[in-house]
Design a binder for this molecule. Structure first.
Ligand SMILES: [Zn+2]
Length: 432
């Protein structure tokens, strides 16, 4: 049993949580029906009225919202409060031209900050810690979320934003940062840079909160060793509020979803049918007390499972398993589902760092599948195994993991571009 930021709610009984969810859901659906014409039309179309929703048992009667709805309703169509009551927006990167703009009232920000403070405490932080926030600041939710949580907790906060690695390491050392928050790929890069400089023993880091990308257990181990800290996963998405929707506790085997604010369901992505706990499917969230952007049954496209097995940490909120990947990230190569995280697992098991790139193309109607992998400096000086032997080894291991053959190319150290935010793992040149 550790410490909690809000013990009463984080360790509430199932009955208490259900009672809170029932009450908040009923009033949220009423409020949304009255104030969000876009969702009212969806409910009308499905023949559901607010009075049909009497408890969370009725949740399945409500229509889903999809990312396409957010585009259709852009920018103000899903607002639950007048603009004059909104205080901030955040936005997705919109790299594929599908920008999502989410709005927040002060109440929404307060809840978000509390959720992030819960995550920080679960990672072992307190007001006595120095929290280095190396997530990007700005429209991206990562920096603002952990910054807000750290303030709420009363920790000394270093709002570094991402990038400027030299300065990150300098501040980490000079100001005795104890908690690092950033994307897992940037943590891996910081770890590489710290070890190149030989300054690991000058760090005081004890915990890291790394989210906004799917990452493997092997990558976790490698970051933990490289920076000498315990690495915690955190989950969130801009549409729902940003990081802190769910967070890992010291058990490091799944993330507690903040159930007093968000109801989670797992559905079959093809049929929309709700699946029982333990099944892998698409994660769906209902925000039960958000005001400005109150999404109901929002389909995240993230694949995972839910578990209600009691957690030794004492928290009672349902846990979501590590992401299998975002269904958007899933590649279908020669008819087989491939997640970048599977490839990462194989590479790190074989002693490589998570510096790789997947290139998919279509030549003469068949898919080509290439994986570029950086050799480590240690491997370069190890003459017992040649490059072609290494490549052959990885081809076999990848085939065992994925069921299809990839062409593996070992490349020079540092030849694949590093990322300060989310890494670009996949280049898909196929035109569909
Ligand atoms: Zn726990």
């Amino acid at each position: 049993m550790g410490n909690y930021f809000q013990k009463e709610i984080e360790c509430a009984s199932r009955e208490q949580i259900v009672a809170i969810q029932n009450e908040k859901l009923v009033s949220q659906v009423k409020r949304v029906y009255e104030n969000v014409p876009y969702y009212r039309a969806k409910m009308d179309e499905k023949g559901v009225k607010p009075e049909d929703i009497k408890s969370i048992e009725d949740l399945h009667k409500l229509p889903f919202l999809m990312k396409s709805d957010l585009r259709d309703a852009y920018p103000y169509g899903l607002l639950g409060k007048p603009l004059s009551e909104c205080v901030r927006i955040h936005s997705t990167s919109g790299t594929t031209g599908r920008r999502v703009v989410a709005f927040y009232t002060q109440h929404d920000i307060d809840i978000w900050d509390e959720c992030c403070a819960r995550a920080l405490v679960a990672a072992g932080a307190s007001k006595d810690d120095v929290v280095q926030v190396a997530y990007g600041f700005g429209l991206f939710t990562g920096g603002a979320g952990l910054n807000g949580g750290s303030h709420k907790l009363g920790s000394l906060t270093l709002p570094m934003s991402s990038g400027n690695t030299e300065r990150q390491i300098q501040f980490m050392i000079d100001l005795n940062a104890t908690v690092l928050c950033c994307t897992p790929s940037y943590a891996a890069y910081l770890s590489e840079s710290v070890n190149e400089r030989g300054v690991k023993d000058q760090l005081k880091l004890k915990a890291g909160i790394f989210g906004a990308e799917a990452w493997s257990e092997e990558m976790r181990k490698s970051i933990e060793e490289g920076l000498g800290l315990k690495a915690f996963d955190i989950y969130g998405l801009t549409e729902i509020s940003g990081p802190g929707v769910a967070f890992e506790c010291e058990e490091q085997n799944g993330m507690h979803i903040n159930e007093d604010h968000f109801i989670a369901e797992i559905i079959d992505p093809d049929t929309g049918e709700v699946l029982p706990d333990g099944s892998v499917g698409e994660l769906v969230f209902t925000c039960i007390d958000k005001e400005a952007f109150p999404l109901i049954r929002y389909r995240t496209r993230d694949l995972c499972s839910l578990s209600r097995v009691p957690c030794p940490c004492g928290r009672t909120h349902v846990k979501m398993g590590k992401l299998m990947g975002r269904s958007d990230d899933m590649l279908i190569i020669r008819g087989v589902n491939v997640f970048p995280s599977q490839i990462e697992t194989v590479l790190i098991k074989n002693g490589y760092a998570a510096n790789y790139q997947i290139i998919v193309d279509r030549v003469n109607n068949s898919d080509t599948f290439d994986v570029n992998v950086e050799i480590t400096p240690d491997m370069l000086s190890d003459t017992t195994m040649g490059i072609s032997e290494r490549e052959k080894h990885l081809v076999n291991d990848l085939k065992a993991m994925l069921g299809i053959k990839a062409a593996v190319h070992i490349v020079e150290p540092k030849s694949i571009a590093r990322s300060e935010g989310k890494a670009v793992r996949v280049i898909d040149k196929r035109k569909f």
